[in-house]
Design a protein around this ligand. Structure first.
Ligand SMILES: [Zn+2]
Length: 331
């Protein structure tokens, strides 16, 4: 079924255009209205197409700000190829400052490939998968830790379905050159329902990022996003005149499944180690102070593997099953 999302942007027209992906939504206050998902297209007519997204989760800000700044940069430089930028992809979630959409509860990074006649979140996913991915030569979806996680600065990618795709993904990770890169099958999180997993299914090399902590803006994470985007647009010949800092070398790491620690009961989480710290199997990771049982000892958490802390829960209040720590190791 064809997407019901429309736009005034003509992707084949040269120059810069700014409009929306217009997502039909019938509400109490607007029977025939649409949700305005901001979209900008730069087309120089002579090179590959990059689709760049952020705000897939509304409370993750480094990517949202980096893409808004990139629009300003590209409006002052020569664009040879084509760049399609959506800095607030799940716009209702962005406007609410929340991870998921307040309209339908939808988590856009668990909604792919979406449906043409679903709720707003499913319709956005379907539009990206069926209208934008077919135009794309590369996809970058910028995420951060958001409200609930304190995340190390990493780039993530699915491995690709064959050797050629694997090489294309590897090149994108190398050129973006975040300090750390992880190739994952998504089995620890969103599996096939994420944006970058859906891009892989369309044969488009795609990367995602984690760039910060909490619902705020990290200057360090923002700089990684800006530098990485500029390097990719320059190296792929899309915006060859962009000034880019000296490329760094990304370090390939991987998650260790047995390294994750989840909250065993409702309580107050007291971590003993920080994101980025090296830890050893058996080391005490922290405590969970039982919410309703003050008389008992707090629950002691211990790491089950050696590694580097990839993420840590950000809020103190925790419920059974919350992810408290994740570990990664150098590949
Ligand atoms: Zn996210």
């Amino acid at each position: 079924m064809k997407s019901r999302v429309t736009s005034a942007i003509d992707f084949n027209a040269l120059g810069m255009q700014s409009d929306y992906a217009r997502v039909p939504y019938s509400s109490d206050v607007s029977a025939y209205g649409w949700i305005p998902v901001p979209m900008v297209c730069f087309n120089g007519g002579n090179g590959p197409t990059a689709v760049l997204t952020a705000g897939t989760h509304g409370d993750e800000y480094e990517g949202q700000v980096a893409l808004r700044k990139l629009v300003q940069v590209l409006s002052r430089t020569q664009v040879e190829g084509r760049v399609i930028i959506l800095p607030a992809l799940n716009q209702p979630a962005v406007a609410a400052g929340r991870r998921n959409s307040p309209l339908d509860g939808g988590n856009l990074n668990r909604a792919f490939p979406g449906t043409a006649d679903g709720g707003p979140t499913a319709m956005i996913a379907h539009y990206v998968a069926t209208e934008l991915f077919p135009m794309a030569d590369l996809v970058i979806d910028l995420h951060s830790g958001g409200s609930s996680l304190d995340y190390f600065t990493v780039t993530l990618a699915h491995p690709g379905r064959d050797d050629g795709e694997a090489q294309a993904v590897r090149r994108l990770l190398d050129v973006f050159a975040a300090p750390y890169s992880i190739i994952t099958d998504g089995s620890g999180g969103g599996a096939k329902s994420t944006l970058y997993a859906a891009a892989e299914q369309c044969g488009v090399p795609a990367i995602s990022t984690e760039l910060g902590s909490g619902a705020t803006l990290s200057r360090h994470g923002l700089a990684i996003a800006q530098d990485g985007l500029a390097r990719v647009l320059r190296q792929y010949g899309i915006a060859p005149d962009l000034e880019v800092p000296q490329p760094e070398r990304t370090q390939f790491v991987k998650f260790i499944r047995e390294g994750a620690i989840y909250a065993p009961c409702p309580g107050l989480f007291e971590p003993f180690v920080a994101t980025g710290e090296q830890v050893e199997a058996g080391q005490v990771a922290g405590l969970v102070h039982r919410l309703e049982d003050v008389g008992s000892d707090p629950v002691e958490l211990r790491f089950k593997a050696n590694g580097t802390v990839a993420y840590r829960r950000f809020p103190t209040l925790t419920a059974t099953g919350d992810a408290l720590f994740g570990l990664m190791v150098v590949q």
